[in-house]
Design a protein around this ligand. Structure first.
Ligand SMILES: NC(=O)c1ccc[n+]([C@@H]2O[C@H](COP(=O)([O-])OP(=O)(O)OC[C@H]3O[C@@H](n4cnc5c(N)ncnc54)[C@H](O)[C@@H]3O)[C@@H](O)[C@H]2O)c1
Length: 237
């Protein structure tokens, strides 16, 4: 049990990578607050996990919602040790994408890191992307937001390093989740992405959740400000 008696807040945990992280953390002994925009999906994941999980409605593009979710984790579970700023959208307009994928992560870092510091420390994990490290000549707002997440991760790591709060990000490659379903349905794109990936396949949400577990646990106790790339070799080309 690597997260025994810990409390985690995972945004966007009603689907895909966030869902897998919530399930992984709970299986390692954590209590998990699912902070999700889609009530049906969020509540379903909380039900699936059982008594060690709870759902709260949260739109991470709202500063007030993120603050309320952080307060709610404390109220329900008596503390907060881990925050995963995972909620994200793709193929949306500039304002929506920046609001969720960049401002949402900023609010989670700003209020989350401060809360963790005030209660003895903890771990903040941000979901960036391989598109936070390289461009693809398309999806401008997504690429800009994900590069911004890498910058925020470094800044908050520096600001909170001395207060026992570690801040890292994960940069997944192409993962099999509802977010990539529209891409995977186009045969030409589907085979192109797999061919471009040295391991020749998509990643699974559970393979990202294992990295999140590492970053959440004491196994990564000297790691902060880092980008953990999990992409089947895509950026090695
Ligand atoms: N799937 C991939 O290939 C991939 C690759 C790199 C990075 N990522 C990143 O990983 C994260 C999770 O992606 P996923 O593939 O699991 O996507 P997904 O679409 O399966 O899940 C995203 C979840 O976020 C929720 N959400 C959306 N907007 C929200 C908001 N404003 N407030 C709260 N919740 C909101 C959705 O309802 C959904 O449950 C995202 O930040 C994404 O950009 C995904």
């Amino acid at each position: 049990m690597r997260l025994k008696d810990k409390v985690a807040l995972v945004t966007g945990a009603g689907s895909g990578i966030g869902r897998a992280i919530a399930i992984e953390f709970a299986s390692e002994g954590a209590s998990v607050l699912i902070a999700e925009l889609n009530e049906e999906m969020g509540a379903a994941v909380a039900d699936e996990i059982g008594e060690r999980a709870a759902f709260t409605h949260c739109d991470t593009s709202s500063e007030e919602d993120v603050q309320a979710a952080i307060a709610s984790a404390e109220e329900r579970f008596g503390g907060l040790d881990i925050i995963v700023n995972n909620a994200g959208v793709s193929q949306k307009d500039w304002d929506t994408t920046i609001a969720v994928n960049l401002s949402g992560v900023y609010y989670g870092c700003k209020y989350g890191a401060e809360k963790l510091a005030a209660t003895g420390g903890g771990s903040v994990i941000n979901l960036s992307s391989i598109l936070g490290l390289v461009g693809i000549g398309a999806e401008d707002p997504y690429v800009a937001a994900k590069h911004g997440v890498v910058g925020l991760t470094k800044n908050f790591a520096i600001a909170y390093g001395s207060r026992n709060v570690r801040v890292n990000c994960i940069n997944p490659g192409w993962i099999e989740t509802p977010m990539t379903a529209p891409i995977r349905e186009v045969e030409a794109l589907n085979s192109q992405l797999q061919t471009q990936t040295p391991m020749g396949r998509y990643g699974k949400p559970e393979e990202i959740a294992k990295a999140a577990l590492f970053l959440a646990s004491d196994d990564s106790s000297y790691m902060t400000g880092a980008s953990l790339v999990i992409d089947g070799g895509w950026t090695a080309r």
